[in-house]
Design a protein around this ligand. Structure first.
Ligand SMILES: Cc1ncc(C[n+]2csc(CCOP(=O)(O)OP(=O)(O)O)c2C)c(N)n1
Ligand code: SF4
Ligand SMILES: [Mg+2]
Length: 286
């Protein structure tokens, strides 16, 4: 299988920015790189359009660097701030209409199994809290009820950031945003628990405060989904623009949210998933 997964169309080589050419020639594909090698390869171009200090940008870098088989992974994204940097990664990706990511990922995963019966193709649905926890929740939950074999990752900035700062189901109670000036009236949705009850065999709530831990979780989610069924991860991604903190404070906010319990780290695995992970992490073939 070729690892030249993204090529610049002939005729465009001369006009493409150097940053993008570097991404195509120095991506992580086929090298077995991970978080430890972050900075020695390029997974997202520097000139991406997300704000300075955006938690989504850092999470996305860490996700891209953690995929167990990037050359055989297709990401299904959806509308929102996170989707703005999909054209800046050298990885197959599809943009779906807002909230439709899990429906599109279902069809894609099934079609790939038929088209490439001898190659494992990983599908990962990535969206914001609005896309996954609110407007797309019906399609998300039905993909879990059906036991579809792909990972869903929520980049949780606790708001509708891309449309100027409305509250979402994932905003904390009392959160004040541009378009929620009197504070959110009800609790944050218990999405990790909902995922587990709806059939996810692996469900995690985490922050990016510890990149190696996040790498392990991303790899587990993709590997478990391949063999057993749906998996879910939600990553707290502070948004300096809508929550009005300094860009340099995003990491500190993630650490504080973990420590204070405002964003608790929780990892659930079904007994079958636990057994599989034990074998995989002990290096046994499954
Ligand atoms: C069907 C549909 N409904 C509403 C919108 C408007 N819209 C675009 S982005 C967005 C909010 C996105 O919030 P979230 O999914 O949390 O992503 P974020 O921008 O916070 O990363 C909304 C409501 C849309 N584009 N399509
Ligand atoms: S508005 Fe917030 S989530 Fe969107 S790019 Fe800016 S910092 Fe990131
Ligand atoms: Mg959001």
């Amino acid at each position: 299988m070729s690892v030249k997964i993204v090529k610049i169309s002939p005729g465009f080589e001369e006009i493409m920015p150097k940053d993008y050419k570097d991404l195509v020639s120095n991506g992580p594909y086929g090298k077995g790189f991970g978080i430890k090698e972050l900075g020695t390869f390029k997974e997202l171009i520097e000139e991406h359009p997300l704000c300075a200090g955006c938690g989504l940008a850092l999470s996305k870098r860490l996700i891209l660097a953690s995929l167990p088989s990037p050359e055989n992974t297709i990401i299904v994204g959806t509308t929102g701030c996170s989707s703005l940097s999909f054209s800046q990664v050298a990885l197959h990706n599809i943009h779906s209409i807002f909230g439709n990511q899990n429906a599109v990922a279902t069809g894609l995963k099934r079609a790939l199994e038929i088209r490439f019966p001898d190659v494992i193709k990983d599908v990962v649905a990535i969206g914001g809290d609005g896309a996954i926890g609110d407007i797309g929740l019906g399609m998300v939950m039905h993909s879990w009820f059906r036991g579809e074999k792909f990972a869903t990752i929520m980049l949780d900035n606790e708001s509708y950031a891309n449309t100027g700062g409305q509250e979402s189901g994932m905003s904390q109670q009392g959160a004040v945003l541009n378009m929620a000036p009197t504070g959110k009236k009800y609790n944050k949705l218990p999405m990790a628990e909902i995922a587990r009850d709806a059939g996810c065999v692996y469900s995690v709530s985490v922050t990016f405060a510890k990149p190696k831990r996040l790498e392990k979780i991303i790899r587990r989610a993709v590997l478990i989904a391949r063999q057993l069924g749906p998996t879910y991860i939600q990553i707290y991604c502070p948004c300096p623009t809508n929550y009005k903190h300094k860009p340099s404070e995003s990491l500190e906010r993630a650490r504080d949210a973990e420590k204070s319990g405002a964003y608790p780290v929780k990892e659930y695995m079904s007994p079958e998933a636990e057994e599989l992970i034990k074998k995989l992490e002990e290096g046994k073939k499954c």
